[in-house]
Design a protein around this ligand. Sequence first.
Ligand code: RB5
Length: 146
Amino acid sequence: MKTPSQIAMTSDHAGYEMKQQLRKHLESKGIKVIDIGTYRPDAVDYPDYGHQLGEKIGKGEYPMGISICGTGNGINMTTNKHTGVRGAICWSGEIAEMARKHNDANICSLAARYTDLDLAKHIVDIFVSTGFEGGRHERRIRKIDL
Ligand code: RB5
């Protein structure tokens, strides 16, 4: 798959530092990053950020997103409320690969408090470069949205 030329990112305070690091990592690979916030490490509520990303990805404004909170759960639950969003919590390279191949996941959600930065970089690299297999999986993902 052709790596997307731009990726939107968001996080709460727990994911702030990882977002900053991953942003640099992606930009060093020539990917334009649209940073939706949070822009500082002060405590915020993850739905305020997850909804912004979910809306943009759901509407097709950006092809792919990365969401980060402490566990990956809250921000992923939030983005997945938006039609067209398929957010997957990725905690290994293999999970990221399958999320793209079988689920055509368009948001990679990371658990900043439980994922080492090098692993997070590895996960993101696989997520952005792996394509959807289509076929029977196309039929299945079409049944996800209500
Ligand atoms: C914030 O303390 C934490 O609850 C949040 O980052 C996330 O893990 C929620 O799912």
